[in-house]
Every structure is written in C-alpha cells, then in structure tokens.
Design a protein around this ligand. Structure first.
Ligand code: UDP
Ligand code: MG
Length: 319
C-alpha cells in the first residue's frame, strides 16, 4: 500500500475569496501526507472550475504555475456542483490510485483526510466523511435536514446520513462510478450503489471560511427532488398503491350498497353517486400508476446502469 498516489478533487464555483487559503492548507496537508508516506509521491490537488464568473480560473492558473501540487480543469460553463465533481473525479481516475473529494470552502475538516487514508489502507474502497455536529446550523436547517434524509429513504433513495460529498474513492470505485451513465447526477445516492468495502469517518463541519453559499433554499429543494426522482421510481409505486386502495375501497362500498339494495334497504341516490366517483377516481389513478410503472422501467433502462461490479474474482491463471 506504500506510495499510493492521492488526488484531492475540489469543485470551485466563484470561490476567489477562499481559494488562496484552501490551496495553502491543502498544499500543507499534501506535503505532510507525503512526508509521512501516507500518500505517495506525485499526489496532487485537482481544482475544477465550474464556469466561474469571477477570477477563480485566473487564480487556478496562477497556482498551477507556482505550485507543483496544483492542477486544474475548467468546465466550459456552469454545470453545477455534482457535474463539476464528476468531471474532476473522472479526470483524476486516469491519474491517481485514490481520490478524495471536498468542497472549496473549507467547511470539511481537512484533517479527516488522514483517517480516511487509514481506512483505505485497511482495504476500504469508499470512505464517507460524516459530520458529527450540526451546531453551526439553525434549528430549522437541522430539522429540515433530518426530514430530508427520512423522506429520501422512504422514497427509495438510500443515502448516508449526514454525509455530503466529502469522501474517499479508490481507483476501482471510480472505475465503477464511470460505468453509471446517469445524466441527472446525484452522487450521494449513486456511490452507495457501487458497493465494495466501505467505512465512515466522522469530522466536525465548520462554517464557510469565506464567500457565500452557492446553495440557496430553492437549489436545495431542487436537489432533493432530483435526488429522489433520479434514483428511484418509488413515488410512482406510491401512486399505484393509492389508486389500488381507492379503487378497492370504492368497489367494496358499491358492493355493500348493492347488497343493501337487494335486501330492500336502498340508499339515497347521492350515496351511490359518491361511491361511483371514488371508484372511478381510484381506477383512474391506478391506470396512471400502471402506465407510470412502465415509464419507470423505460426510465431506468435508458440509464443503462451497470448491473453489477465484481469486487473479487478467485480465478486460476490460464494455461
Ligand atoms: N459548486 C460548484 N458549482 C455550483 C455550485 C457550487 O462547483 O454550481 C461548488 C462550490 O464551489 C463548493 C461546493 O460546490 O466547493 C459546495 O458549495 P457550497 O459550499 O456553496 O454549498 P453549501 O456548503 O452551502 O451547501
Ligand atoms: Mg459549503
């Protein structure tokens, strides 16, 4: 395991205020990791400029000239955090043995990198950075975050609780990720699907070092909706179920009315009308849900996700 080349991948969108400090700290970190043999020679940081409109790219170019540990890629225009991160990881895949992704704003404690690499040396392919505090958040943010995870998992999108995009991925895990051909990217839900040996490392998440959050509430809501609809078709199934219940209930009600009628205890016309409306509405929803089921299948087929990734194979050499 000695001398494994590490790439730290950092997506940057309008981060001119914090970038100099981030690069300074990461340089220090990488030097110390290499000195201690925790990361191999040739370890680097890869800064991805996600179509920034400020001086982010000029800064990256400057760092690259002066600092042998800094590399950069520039996206043609703003594609969003997830896509920028994927671009960085897929670039790093060709260059490194192990990658760590983190935000540019230094909210993720970079000292957790040591523990992540330790887990990697123990044989883990994916290590999730998990925040163990939410005291920098408001009660509102804490509450909504918890509700968000619960709802996500109820809707069939499994994510790691309190994990954002601070994670280690081995070359092999990156190769696996490369086989997921999703256009609507939600890495937090996708990476757990890859499998392999995983671990978590806890860290304290701090405040943004400088600059402003690039994730306002509207973007966060979109993120949640994308997360659910891009990972699972369970919402459709919920609709089918509801339609089935409604339709079944309506049928039962009509049956009861019919029996009463035969016994000579006919109900009022309006009761019949209401019962029929509910039954018909249920049938409608059921039909929609069924169509949705097929649509969902087509949807997942078009993603053409890999059906499996082989973790180990015990084979004998040919000949
Ligand atoms: N980011 C990006 N593209 C975007 C928005 C954000 O690459 O369109 C990057 C940003 O530079 C940062 C990371 O994604 O490194 C997380 O963004 P931010 O810190 O603003 O999110 P928050 O921590 O507030 O959720
Ligand atoms: Mg942040």
């Amino acid at each position: 395991m000695e001398g494994q080349k590490l790439y730290v991948v950092v997506p940057c969108y309008n981060e001119e205020e914090v970038l100099p400090e981030t690069v300074r700290r990461l340089t220090e970190k990488l030097r110390s990791l290499m000195d201690r043999g925790l990361a191999g020679p040739g370890s680097r940081m890869l800064l991805v400029d996600d179509g920034s409109r400020d001086r982010t790219w000029e800064l990256i170019q400057g760092f690259h000239r002066e600092n042998p540990l800094v590399e950069g890629v520039k996206l043609s225009h703003n594609r969003g955090h997830q896509n920028a991160l994927l671009a960085g990881l897929m670039t790093a895949r060709e260059l490194c043995d192990v990658s760590i992704s983190m935000d540019a704003d230094l909210q993720d404690d970079i000292d957790a990198i040591d523990a992540m690499l330790e887990k990697y040396r123990e044989g883990c392919d994916i290590v999730y950075g998990v925040r163990n505090n939410r005291d920098t958040d408001t009660a509102f943010k804490r509450g909504t975050a918890l509700a968000f995870y619960r709802f996500m998992s109820a809707m069939g999108a499994d994510t790691v609780y309190n994990h954002a995009d601070y994670r280690l991925m081995s070359r092999r895990a990156l190769d696996g990720l490369a086989q997921y051909r999703e256009v609507n990217l939600f890495l937090r839900g996708l990476v757990p699907m890859i499998g392999y040996r995983t671990a978590t490392v806890e860290y304290r998440r701090g405040e943004r070092f400088a600059g402003e959050s690039k994730y306002p509430l509207s973007k966060m809501l979109n993120f949640a909706i994308d997360g659910i609809t891009s990972l699972s078709v369970r919402p459709i199934r919920v609709m089918t179920l509801l339609g089935g219940l409604l339709f079944g209930g309506g049928c039962l009600w009509l049956l009861v009315l019919l029996v009463l009628f035969c016994l000579g205890r006919g109900a009022q016309g309006v009761t019949w009308a209401v019962a029929s409306v509910w039954t018909a509405a249920g049938l409608n929803l059921l039909g929609l849900g069924l169509i949705g089921e097929y649509l969902g299948k087509i949807y997942l087929e078009t993603k053409a996700r890999p059906r499996y990734l082989i973790e180990t194979a015990l084979l004998h050499e040919a000949g």
